[in-house]
Ligand binder design. Structure first.
Ligand code: SAH
Ligand code: SF4
Length: 351
């Protein structure tokens, strides 16, 4: 619940409105996990709350820590026994929390473990915010400086819940996370990008690009058939103008598919045409899922080619960041821990 929803709730049960900010504070700022820990709440109200409400919607079920990078991956169980994951990525300048917005994802991108999992449902606002509350309780509440919506699922399909969680993070916490430290990553839903631009939550936007060519993009990202790259580019131009922010293009390097000389040329042209930067991501293999069709053929671009590709783009004055393979040793790529948890039947395993 947002603070105002909580106020309505307390009024509806005949309680004073100020109880809402007390409880809100306990939950979101003091990160308590038991109603009993809320020491300034009267016993009778605590009993009512115990009866009528649930404090946390997720349960921590596994933690994996990469000692080489400090990245920690949290696996949570939802009330209906599904698994979702949240990744904490500490860095010199910032400590980023990567949150999930759906159980699985309906968009079926061919390189993505979450896509291969299929789709179960949207996460509720509580389940999105709980990823923050429960990891902040683990790593220290002052520690998380940035939030990226780059975990499992497509945030712009779960639009309202994503926005409401952004609202809580950026407006309602004591130690607010400023909206230029929140990034929503999307595979590209143009009308939702426009709606986000026109909302009060003008967060940073990342578009999963992966190819500048419509036909290739459609092969690896089926959603491109419905919402073409051209429409998405128009939408992000609008977004960039309306929010005065730079768009990040995410670009997962797939050997022979998007790492050719013509890709460098087309990328250069696109990046020069609007305020943007390119985030090059080494492809994390999904072979453990024994994928079929085109997914089976996808191979990571060798590191030497990534280096050349990036150098060629930088020579063209394009701003390029190369994402570390953070947490490789703990399978911290999109959807991988939750997948392991699914216990893929042996017959689907590759020899
Ligand atoms: N659904 C949103 C956000 C979640 S995916 C989106 O697609 O943007 C976050 C990022 O991880 C996306 O850029 C996605 O393309 C990338 N990604 C997914 N699977 C990957 C893999 N196996 N290796 C590298 N990057 C991957
Ligand atoms: Fe969904 Fe993003 Fe994975 Fe595509 S890359 S299947 S949109 S989570």
């Amino acid at each position: 619940m947002t603070l105002s929803e909580m106020e309505n709730y307390f009024e509806s049960i005949g309680e004073k409105k100020f109880r809402a900010s007390q409880v809100f504070n306990w939950m979101y700022n003091n990160l308590v996990t038991e109603i009993d820990q809320m020491v300034n709440i009267p016993k009778s109200l605590k009993a009512k709350l115990e009866e009528q409400t649930t404090l946390n919607t997720l349960k921590l079920s596994d933690v994996q820590h990469s000692s080489s990078t400090g990245t920690t991956k949290y696996l949570f169980k939802t009330h209906d026994n599904h698994s979702i994951e949240t990744v904490f990525i500490p860095d010199l300048k910032r400590n980023t929390l990567c949150v999930s917005t759906q159980i699985g994802c309906p968009l079926d991108c061919k390189f993505c473990a979450t896509g291969l999992m299929g789709y179960t449902r949207n996460l509720s606002v509580g389940e999105i915010v709980d990823q923050y509350i429960l990891t902040a309780a683990e790593v220290g509440k002052e520690t998380i400086t940035n939030i990226v919506y780059m975990g499992m699922g497509e945030p712009l399909i779960n639009f309202d819940n994503t926005l409401q969680s952004v609202s809580i993070f950026t407006n309602e916490l004591n130690k607010r996370i400023s909206r230029n430290r929140v990034t929503v990553s999307t595979s590209g839903i143009p009308h939702k990008i426009i709606e986000l631009a026109d909302s009060p939550y003008r967060v940073k936007l990342a578009l999963s690009l992966h190819s500048v060519f419509e036909d290739i993009r459609s092969k690896i990202m089926p959603i491109n058939v419905k919402y073409s790259l051209a429409e998405n580019i128009e939408a992000i131009r609008y977004y960039s103008r309306a929010t005065k922010t730079r768009i990040t293009f995410e670009y997962t390097m797939l050997s022979g598919i998007n790492d050719r000389t013509e890709d460098v040329k087309a990328l250069t042209k696109l990046c020069r045409s609007l305020p943007s930067k390119l985030n090059v991501i080494p492809f994390n293999s999904i072979a453990h899922m024994s994928p079929e069709g085109i997914s089976r053929e996808l191979k990571p671009t060798p590191k030497s080619r990534i280096d050349e590709f990036v150098a060629e783009l930088r020579d063209n004055n394009i701003t390029v960041m190369v994402r570390d393979t953070q947490g490789d040793d703990i399978a911290a790529a999109c959807g991988q821990l939750a997948i392991r948890e699914l216990k893929i039947p042996a017959r689907n395993m590759r020899e």
